[in-house]
Design a protein around this ligand. Structure first.
Ligand SMILES: NC(=O)c1ccc[n+]([C@@H]2O[C@H](COP(=O)([O-])OP(=O)(O)OC[C@H]3O[C@@H](n4cnc5c(N)ncnc54)[C@H](OP(=O)(O)O)[C@@H]3O)[C@@H](O)[C@H]2O)c1
Length: 395
């Protein structure tokens, strides 16, 4: 019997999550059909994918990159949506009923497409944690209204979802998110002022896009994941713990009320949680990432040192303060990371910049996607100015 392949709209196809997803689609071509592909700037890579997957509608969100694409790939133009958010929304709207949207975009740019997919009743495999934390309850309400379901792609949240299969929420005592600790887990914090960009981008266990790699070094990534876990699993923030686990073998753990722990283990390979999300929470045959416990390194656990990872505390504080503070936290962080990647901000300036933005938050909650994105833009402008000021003071 021939099984119909599931339609898949892939946002952020040229990134690290996107490429891992394409790898799975190639391996299991009978299971998935790509109906949409997006990128921001990498037009030539998008064109290669477009030729390989001829059923996919396309979007290149960056207007300049799109103009170059139109000049270089005229045969693909009739499959191309408009630039910007409008194009992403068009891809979501054009996906057939029953399609899944894998959101592998970086940052708050993925918020509206996520909400729009969930409202249409489409399931979303969500790598783009920033969309969920910025939208907060609004994203969850869109899912409830429209009937779409969120399937976490982050390995930690996928691990927790797997551990929770069959265990009711009221049996949870605590969630334990594991963290590698990033490249500076052993470095003397007194020397953080000398950190070079190349060192920030050298993650000890995962090969990922630049923004999440920087966020892993500051542990803002784990802070965002604490907020993500709170939203996805309805667990109070105070009961979402973080533990440094250098080996990245245990992807996260759930502590139940009788003291039992459930953990999900495996080789650090994002294709496993991506496949679990694409398979809507079922374990499918998969020949990637074998893990042999007999060859496992010793598994270790340490508490994160707040002096080394101030961003982790800032994320918790913002989560406790409310939705507006979380939007500000995320926007200031996105701009700080962009500043670092451009060489305009140093590693130790990231946390103070975010802290400064958080002091200016003047309301607890946000009421709509428009409110969230307006505050996001406002914070970005202010943060960009602060980054520019820092750069000027150094030159
Ligand atoms: N990488 C991982 O292993 C991993 C693990 C867990 C969670 N995540 C999460 O997954 C998301 C993607 O991470 P990544 O590492 O795959 O990032 P990445 O390698 O930088 O890729 C991001 C993708 O999104 C596109 N993009 C970037 N900014 C955009 C914008 N403003 N609007 C529309 N598209 C945009 C990029 O296009 P161009 O490249 O063409 O410019 C690229 O296709 C992040 O939220 C991250 O936290 C990643």
């Amino acid at each position: 019997m021939r099984v119909e392949s599931s339609p898949l709209a892939l946002l952020g196809a040229t990134g690290s999550i996107g490429q891992n997803t394409v790898d799975l689609v190639r391996r299991y071509a009978d299971r998935y059909q790509l109906v949409a592909l997006s990128a921001r700037t990498r037009g030539n890579e998008l064109a290669l994918l477009a030729r390989e997957f001829p059923a996919a509608q396309l979007c290149l969100t960056d207007p300049e990159a799109r103009a170059d694409f139109v000049g270089a790939h005229s045969d693909l133009v009739d499959r191309l949506a408009p630039p910007g958010e409008e194009g992403l929304l068009e891809l979501v709207a054009g996906a057939p009923a029953g399609a899944m949207v894998l959101n592998g975009v970086v940052g708050s740019a993925g918020l509206r497409p996520t909400v729009s997919a969930l409202e249409r009743g489409l399931d979303v495999a969500l790598a783009n944690k920033e969309a969920l934390v910025v939208g907060g309850q609004i994203v969850l309400e869109a899912a409830e209204r429209g009937g779409g379901r969120l399937w976490p792609v982050d390995s930690e949240h996928s691990a927790i979802a797997q551990c929770l299969r069959g265990n009711p929420k009221d049996e949870i005592r605590r969630l334990w998110l594991t963290a590698s600790g990033g490249p500076f887990r052993d470095r003397d914090p007194e020397t953080f002022g000398d950190i070079e960009l190349a060192e920030v981008l050298r993650h000890p266990t995962w090969d990922m896009g630049p923004k999440i790699t920087v966020d892993s070094a500051t542990m803002m990534n784990k802070g965002l994941e604490v907020l993500e876990a709170h939203l996805l699993f309805g667990t109070p923030l105070a009961r979402v713990n973080v533990v440094i686990h250098r080996q990245s073998i245990i992807h996260s753990m759930v502590e139940l009320r009788d003291g039992a722990f459930l953990a999900q283990l495996g080789a650090p390979d994002m294709r496993v949680p991506i496949l679990y999300a694409l398979s809507r929470g079922t374990h499918q045959e998969c020949d990637v990432a074998p893990f042999n416990p007999l060859e496992s390194p010793e598994l270790t656990f340490e508490a994160p040192d707040p002096r080394r990872y101030p961003c982790l505390d800032l994320a918790r504080q913002a989560g406790e303060a409310g939705g507006a503070a979380v939007v500000v936290l995320n926007a200031a962080n996105e701009e700080a990371v962009a500043g670092l990647l451009r060489g305009e901000l140093s590693f130790i300036e990231i946390a103070p910049l975010i802290e400064r933005a958080l002091v200016q938050v003047d309301r607890p909650a946000i009421g709509s996607v428009d409110d969230a994105l307006a505050l996001d833009v406002e914070t970005r402008l202010r943060s960009r100015e602060l980054v520019a000021e820092r750069a000027r003071s150094r030159s």
